[in-house]
Design a protein around this ligand. Structure first.
Ligand SMILES: [Zn+2]
Length: 344
């Protein structure tokens, strides 16, 4: 699978970007595009000609995306253009897979590495978030004026999701050591480079650089590269380890109290402690980025944090990380949580 084509627009405001994006879609020679847009994506999406527009409702599920894809297939749609945040992009990826089409992704936020990954997170029939295999976008359109106006929490979450990569790689190496996984060196390298691209921005809250196009470009490139690493290895391994299991457990048990990337950054604190690193160092780094560095920041008690840690392995059966290696019982999980936060 080749890397996606990335087009960056930096030559005017969002209305100019909308015209530019519509021109690019036109050049692809499609006649009946399906545009899946969020409310925030409408302005950027509105100039696309001949399009059928769909705006997913807040409770749009996997079934909604499948029905949309089947319908788009029957109606003869020839391209999916997704313009919105992570949820909108993920629903569009599922619809694209169902319709057997290709997809252009135009993110309005840089909140996680799903911009161009083959994984989609969406609600099932019970309202629980699930990670599913889907179609990765063939091209990514980055409207920098749109991204510069995105909420700073989404940028924090984007950095938080990339925070996971070094831990995911340690988990991958550990799984290989135990004979339970095989490392793909190209994907490994991409994951490392993705983290290196945002490392200079991990020293301060991104609130200060939200409008800085150089920062936005680096964050977008890093998130895309992280997605491509997953495409290449055919697994989320290069960018997802135990810290993602913590985030999945937060979704399943507590309804996802924060954005995915914020929960992942919180999960990294557990991974650091389990690897024997000083958890206070990571805790402080996470806090410095304006991300949740303690259970209370997610509305959780220390007991809840213990529950999350114990539930983490079941969220990803078959995946071996430092959490499975530790095989904690209740008292060991409690001791770990207390060692991280009790004397804070
Ligand atoms: Zn992630």
């Amino acid at each position: 699978m080749e890397a996606p084509r990335v087009v960056v627009f930096d030559a005017g405001d969002e209305d100019a970007a909308a015209v530019h994006l519509a021109g690019l879609v036109d050049e692809l020679g499609v006649s009946a595009p399906l545009v899946v847009a969020s409310v925030h994506g409408e302005r950027l999406a509105r100039s696309i000609k001949g399009a059928r527009y769909e705006i997913p409702s807040p409770d749009a599920s996997v079934d909604w995306a499948s029905a949309l894809g089947a319908d788009a297939h029957r109606a003869g749609c020839d391209l999916v253009v997704a313009v919105g945040g992570g949820r909108c992009l993920d629903l569009a990826k599922l619809a694209t897979a169902r319709a057997g089409l290709t997809m252009v992704s135009a993110p309005t936020q840089l909140s996680h590495d799903g911009l161009c990954s083959p994984v989609a997170v969406a609600l099932d029939n019970h309202g629980i978030k699930r990670s599913l295999g889907a179609i990765a976008p063939r091209s990514v359109y980055l409207s920098l004026p749109t991204l510069a106006a995105s909420p700073v929490d989404s940028l924090r979450a984007g950095l938080g999701d990339l925070f996971a990569n070094p831990f995911a790689l340690r988990d991958w190496a550990l799984a290989e050591e135990r004979g339970l996984a095989e490392i793909d060196p190209v994907a490994w390298d991409m994951s490392e480079r993705s983290y290196a691209a945002i490392e200079p921005f991990l020293e301060a809250d991104p609130a200060g650089s939200a409008g800085d196009h150089r920062f936005l470009r680096s964050l977008a490139d890093a998130l895309i590269l992280s997605g491509v690493a997953m495409i290449h290895s055919g697994s989320s391994r290069p960018a997802s380890g135990g810290e993602h299991e913590i985030s999945h457990a937060l979704d399943e048990l507590f309804g996802g109290p924060a954005m995915h990337g914020a929960q992942v950054a919180f999960g990294c604190i557990f991974s650091a402690a389990l690897y024997g690193d000083d958890p206070s160092v990571l805790r402080d780094r996470v806090a410095k980025l304006g991300l949740p560095a303690e259970p209370a920041a997610l509305g959780l008690s220390l007991d809840d944090a213990v529950t999350v840690l114990l539930a983490a392995p079941d969220t990803r059966p078959g995946r071996f990380t430092i959490i499975e290696e530790a095989a904690l019982d209740e008292s060991a999980a409690r001791a770990l949580v207390e060692s991280i936060w009790e004397n804070k």
